[in-house]
Design a protein around this ligand. Structure first.
Ligand code: SF4
Ligand code: SF4
Length: 100
């Protein structure tokens, strides 16, 4: 079953395959099945499935995964509902460089 996706192309998740040992922990802990293992290394199956919960990076012993865990897309969706607009995290405050 396909999991719910939030906003496209905003997820901070990054995988450094050079550091990955293929232990499979990220596959085990991810609630949205974002990771798979291929040829002894983790790979991201669909980055937009990530909800930035941080479980993968917290459980990766080699530091191969980075994700900025927090309210992420949930805040964008709530802002959209409150403002009656498209979902937006509104974290840029007019300055793209500050965007999460
Ligand atoms: S938890 Fe880390 S080391 Fe293990 S498979 Fe995932 S990315 Fe690789
Ligand atoms: S942050 Fe959470 S949802 Fe995203 S890949 Fe890691 S475990 Fe999965």
């Amino acid at each position: 079953m396909k999991t719910m996706q939030y906003l496209k192309n905003v997820v901070t998740l990054k995988l450094n395959a050079d550091l990955c040992t293929g232990c499979g922990m990220c596959v085990l802990v991810c609630p949205h099945a974002v990771f798979g293992i291929a040829n002894g290394k983790a790979r991201i199956l669909d980055i937009d499935d990530c909800m930035e919960c941080g479980a993968c990076s917290n459980n990766c012993r080699t530091g191969a995964i980075y994700v900025k865990a927090g309210v992420g897309c949930a805040a964008g969706i709530i802002n959209g509902i409150l403002n009656g607009t498209e979902p937006s995290c509104d974290c840029t405050k007019g300055n793209k460089s500050n965007c999460c």
